[in-house]
Design a binder for this molecule. Structure first.
Ligand SMILES: [Fe+2]
Length: 276
């Protein structure tokens, strides 16, 4: 098997559990786990929570050590595959979390940074802003055939202050991923409030753990799904960790969910739009 480009192309037969599409599981690469021992513990936590597919999305252009050296990244994936590729509980997939960057489009193509070589790619913004060129960059990314998945918009202060901007991105064809811990208060009350708002307005389509370790930020989805089910119903909450990520892994169009609605009162949004 060519592990340079992938870990697996398809899920193992009979694995119908939850899919965790955004995790940091490579040690000594970014701000994720420090050792293989810690990775093993994280895999155990994921399996115990009912995850049967996990996508590894190491940071690129932010938090990554070794100046994002591709050879070292390949070595880490190879080492992961040798240790966990035969796990009969979880299928592992390869992706990346790409920090927004002017050369993003070329880098995604040349370094195979999309999710399981699909058209879907995780893009991360700084926590306090949405860069001025983001819309233009996303447009170029889409022209190249990719669909951006905005990582955890609820942890971005700008989207918190102006949720209508996230609504605009989603209406232009982007997807967004909610972090499970945000819904249960792991990042504080304000992030939880934003997570609930975005969920209720259908501005997020995927839920993932964004796991970094096995204790503080573990690969756990179940509590987030329970919290989401109380807000939007269990069918939609379950789709965010099953049907939607499954379609992404298989490079298919995601199933039709609820339509996004404006997080502002109608008059408010149109006043903002006219100013643009
Ligand atoms: Fe992440």
């Amino acid at each position: 098997m060519d592990t340079k480009l992938k870990i697996y192309y398809s899920r193992k037969p009979g694995s119908e559990g939850m899919i965790d599409l955004h995790t940091h599981l490579l040690p000594d690469w970014d701000d994720g786990p420090e050792s293989w021992d810690e990775v093993s513990r994280m895999v155990e936590v994921a399996a115990a929570d009912g995850e049967t597919a996990v996508c590894l999305t190491p940071h690129i252009f932010r938090f990554s050590r070794y100046q994002d050296n591709q050879q070292i990244l390949e070595e880490r994936f190879q080492q992961f595959y040798e240790r966990f590729g035969a796990d009969n509980r979880i299928s592992f997939f390869r992706g990346a979390e790409v920090f927004i960057h002017p050369d993003m489009v070329q880098e995604i193509e040349s370094r195979h940074l999309s999710v399981n070589q699909s058209e879907y790619v995780f893009v991360e913004f700084p926590s306090d802003q949405v860069p001025a060129g983001a819309r233009e960059l996303f447009y170029r990314l889409m022209l190249a055939g990719y669909t951006p998945i905005i990582s955890h918009p609820e942890r971005n202060e700008f989207f918190g202050r102006q949720p209508e901007i996230l609504y605009d991105f989603i209406n232009r064809g982007c997807l967004a991923q909610l972090t499970a811990g945000s819904l249960v208060g792991s990042f504080g009350r304000e992030v939880q409030r934003r997570a609930e708002l975005f969920l209720k307005h259908h501005l997020v389509q995927i839920m993932a753990s964004d796991a970094h370790d096995y204790r503080k930020r573990p690969p756990v989805l179940s509590r987030g799904v329970e919290a989401a089910a109380r807000l939007v119903g269990s069918e939609l909450a379950e789709a965010m960790v099953r049907q939607v990520p499954e379609a992404i892994l298989n490079n298919q169009i995601i199933p039709e969910l609820e339509r996004p609605t404006s997080p502002l009162r109608r008059g408010f949004f149109f006043r903002w739009f006219k100013k643009k």
